[in-house]
Design a protein around this ligand. Structure first.
Ligand code: NAG
Ligand code: NAG
Length: 282
């Protein structure tokens, strides 16, 4: 259909007949109708461009995720973390870009380095601020003011250290669906986090999707049905079926589906770098 649409357009371009114009209109209408009425798309496989590649509202970053934002390519954003906030300093690419004097800061927590007015690598990503002198604290304060009020770099999120090494049952995971806790809920938003965690178990590992995946796994997102669940079967089968999301039985998966599952795990760990907070236990 697309091809014939192109041919019609070509005829139209050459200004052959008014009929071509009419045909083009019909083709466009049919195409639009097709896209509007077709089934909702299945989750895209790890090979394809995942829908969770789109821009996000403010989010929380792990240190590992922050490392990605060094502006290596011309249009890539450049982020640095200062006192827990992650700033988008892309507008100062001349300084923080790969060729800038502050290029080494890109993708790092610069809090201690800024307090010490240090360009040394060892002062990056060092959370220790206890030994700062009064002057160093003042210096840090000055940088924060500069970032916030003078440069007005946008804050894109928070730098957060997620838990790791937890052993979680399915019942425990079910409490972390990224929904705002209601009065009397056992689960609360951890200190320093704005958004509650979103746990999804995949092949025995428990990922927190709130680190950059909130649009997809959070409330209202297309994959929210996996939140608080063991997502292994639905992801392996690329299935939106409720029965798959409720089942943990993997015995009937085909080799291809098992491979797809492995690819998801690989994508979550090395691609999206969602933190693994622990393992799923029975
Ligand atoms: C898992 O699924 C297979 C194939 O459908 C079935 O034979 C088996 O009984 C199931 N196992 C459990 C524990 O439900
Ligand atoms: C969406 C999201 O999770 N972002 C939050 C990360 O945490 C900080 C503070 O804890 C919030 O301000 C962000 O909105």
């Amino acid at each position: 259909m697309f091809e014939s649409f192109l041919q019609t357009l070509e005829a139209f371009r050459q200004d052959k007949t008014a009929a071509a114009m009419l045909a083009a209109t019909v083709a466009v209408t049919v195409t639009v109708f097709y896209w509007v009425t077709k089934d909702p798309p299945l989750p895209k496989g790890p090979g394809g461009k995942a829908p969770d590649e789109e821009p996000e509202p403010p989010r929380n970053f792990t240190a590992t995720q922050l490392r990605e934002f060094t502006g290596t390519k011309e249009d890539d954003p450049i982020y640095v973390a200062l006192q827990g906030d992650v700033y988008d300093v892309s507008s100062a690419r001349d300084f923080y870009g790969p060729d800038g004097v502050y290029g080494g800061f890109a993708g790092h927590d610069v809090t201690r380095a800024f307090a010490l007015n240090s360009l040394e690598e060892k002062d990056l990503d060092d959370p220790n601020l206890e030994d700062l002198t009064y002057t160093q604290k003042e210096s840090l304060h000055g940088w924060v003011e500069k970032y916030k009020y003078y440069k007005c770099y946008p804050v894109v999120g928070r730098l957060v250290t997620p838990p790791s090494g937890l052993s979680l049952t399915l019942a425990e995971i079910a409490q972390y669906k990224g929904e705002e806790p209601k009065e009397g809920d056992a689960q609360t938003i951890p200190e320093g986090w704005a958004a509650p965690p979103i746990y999804v178990a995949v092949a025995g590992k428990v990922f927190d999707m709130s680190f950059g995946g909130r649009m997809f796994y959070g409330p209202g997102g297309p994959y929210h049905f996996l939140a608080g669940k063991d997502g292994s079967r639905p992801l392996a089968k690329m299935s939106f079926e409720k029965a798959d999301a409720e089942s943990r039985n993997l015995s009937d998966l085909t080799d291809r589906q098992r491979q797809t599952l492995e690819e998801w795990v690989e994508k979550f760990i090395n691609g999206r770098k969602y933190p693994v907070v622990g393992k799923l236990i029975d």
